[in-house]
Design a protein around this ligand. Structure first.
Ligand SMILES: *Cc1c(COP(=O)(O)O)cnc(C)c1O
Length: 395
């Protein structure tokens, strides 16, 4: 006996290779920063979600170190047994104040926040009305719930109303779910219209602010705050893993909802609490955001600067409204070639191809951060210009 050879897995891997989508992970050999060492080479990093440069911020490092000295490395248990440290509760209270909501519950990641919250809210006999471009963790959360799922065309409010009308009489709870900022195009959900339709037809609203936490709102409170809708959106998901610079996810909303997820949000019950140093560093990140808008201002300034440069060069940057700026290349091979050549020219910008984006819309996705300098961005734009001309994307 011994291990099975798992030939059927090898066959699947071979299929990936035949389709040209088998890949090696790029290796980051330095902190995540505006310039990072990737695969042995120092390059300008345009692919991290480290929007504000907090992942390697001295104040977060210091807060993390202090917490390790005070609390040790691990929480020792799930929150519901005896892993609930006062520092976790402090983080939740801080986030609730920051978000202007009654209460917050922190999960191990944004992914598990969706996987826990959606099945916690809807059940058999309910319906989820979901934007077709919602994140994979929302899709999985929907599957884990026993609710029916109907999808509407991306950010198409006529289609949303059509879908609502189709289902409105057949279900008890109707939950509309959308990303706040869509990760592939960088466009913002039409929350004012969504909220209006939700109120007209008696639906609940659920917004996943993974790419808007620390990005939208006056100090990075998210998309609901950005539109002045904090008190009209029932469920706000945030992540601590992207702009906040550490790891974790949370649900913000009414106290009863948060108490319920405390009893029924499965990853909260069955997966160990975040290390105390993680909670401490997240608290420090929220302190930084609350003290001044310096980092968010710098991020927006940089993002607008770089987007304008790309547009002036003649690149197609789609419908981006945020620091996520795609450079659309067309077919998959062209996007891969653009990314590969950029790397040779000292710029890391990951290509994104089918099925993550539609056929013909393959792209390189860039995210400019507060930590980049204008020189970084000028240099990156020059590399884009050179490679773009070479492969015929621009004249
Ligand atoms: C990144 C992302 C997540 C996952 O967040 P993590 O904290 O990295 O697990 C969830 N939802 C959306 C929309 C995301 O973009």
């Amino acid at each position: 006996m011994g291990l099975h050879d798992l030939d059927f897995i090898t066959k699947r891997l071979d299929e990936l290779k035949e389709q040209g989508v088998y890949r090696q992970l790029p290796v980051l050999q330095s902190p995540s920063g505006p310039r990072s060492v990737i695969n042995g080479k120092e390059v300008i990093n345009l692919s991290s979600n480290n929007y504000l440069g907090l992942a390697n911020h001295p104040r977060l490092r210091e807060a993390g170190k202090k917490a390790i000295d005070k609390w040790g490395m691990g929480a020792g248990a799930v929150r519901t047994i005896i892993g609930n440290m006062s520092i976790h509760e402090e983080l939740e209270e801080k986030l609730a104040k920051f978000k202007h909501v009654e209460a917050v519950i922190v999960f191990q990641s944004g992914f598990t926040a969706n996987a826990g919250a959606i099945p916690g809210i809807v059940d058999k006999g309910d319906v989820i009305i979901s934007d077709e471009l919602n994140h994979a963790s929302i899709i999985d959360g929907c599957r884990l719930s026993k609710a029916d799922v109907v999808r509407y065309k991306h950010s198409d409010m006529e289609d949303l109303e059509r879908v609502i009308n189709e289902v409105k009489d057949n279900y008890s709870t109707k939950l509309i779910i959308t990303d706040g900022v869509f990760s592939m195009d960088g466009d913002i959900a039409k929350l004012p219209e969504i909220v209006e339709l939700a109120e007209k037809y008696g639906c609940l609203t659920y917004v996943d602010d993974a790419h808007s936490s620390g990005v939208l709102g006056s100090s990075g409170q998210g998309s609901a705050h950005h539109f002045g809708l904090s008190d009209r959106i029932d469920v706000q998901i945030g992540t601590l893993s992207k702009a906040i610079g550490v790891v974790g996810g949370y649900v913000a909303g009414r106290r009863n909802l948060i108490e319920w997820l405390n009893h029924r949000g499965r990853p909260f019950l069955f997966s160990t609490a975040a290390p105390p140093a993680v909670a401490a560093a997240c608290i420090e990140a929220i302190n930084i955001l609350s003290e001044s808008t310096e980092l968010t201002d710098k991020m927006w300034d940089n993002a607008n600067y770089f987007k304008k440069k790309l547009n002036e060069l003649g690149f197609n940057t789609g419908k981006s409204e945020t620091p996520i700026t795609p450079v659309i290349a067309g077919d998959d091979r062209k996007a891969v070639e653009l990314s590969r050549r950029l790397f040779e020219e000292g710029v890391f910008a990951q290509s994104i191809v089918f099925p993550t984006v539609a056929k013909g819309a393959a792209r390189v996705r860039t995210i400019v951060t507060a930590a980049h300098t204008k020189e970084d961005l000028d240099e990156a734009a020059a590399a884009f210009a050179k490679v773009g001309r070479e492969i015929g994307l621009i004249k």
